[in-house]
Write a protein that binds this ligand. Structure first.
Ligand code: ZN
Length: 106
């Protein structure tokens, strides 16, 4: 496993694969089907699913689901495109469901 110089990070609840650094956390206010979800500017060790258009409360998006590269658990989604100009800031960011992760300090 990689060495993270004491920086806190989140890992897959299933297999402890590191997924995102705490310092890349943008927002904790997102909602997913399982409940609370976090937005990150970056994610690691994830695999992207196919592109799909999705209608959400705040508008239409092109997203790709993201999966753990180790165990294959579905974790959340990646914003590829926001159709609404006010939502453009979300493009390139990752949503990870809180319930699917563990927070670790190494
Ligand atoms: Zn995993």
């Amino acid at each position: 496993m990689a060495e993270f110089d004491g920086r806190p990070f989140f890992s897959c609840r299933n297999c402890l694969n590191p997924l995102a650094f705490h310092h890349d956390l943008i927002s904790k206010t997102f909602k997913a089907q399982t409940g609370q979800a976090y937005m990150f500017s970056n994610a690691m060790n994830v695999v992207l699913g196919r592109k799909e258009d999705k209608q959400m409360i705040t508008g239409m998006y092109t997203i790709a689901k993201i999966y753990c590269s180790n165990c294959g658990q579905e974790l959340g989604w990646h914003y590829l495109r926001a159709y609404d100009l006010k939502q453009k800031w979300k493009e390139g960011n990752f949503i990870l469901e809180k319930f699917k992760m563990l927070k670790e300090y190494k």
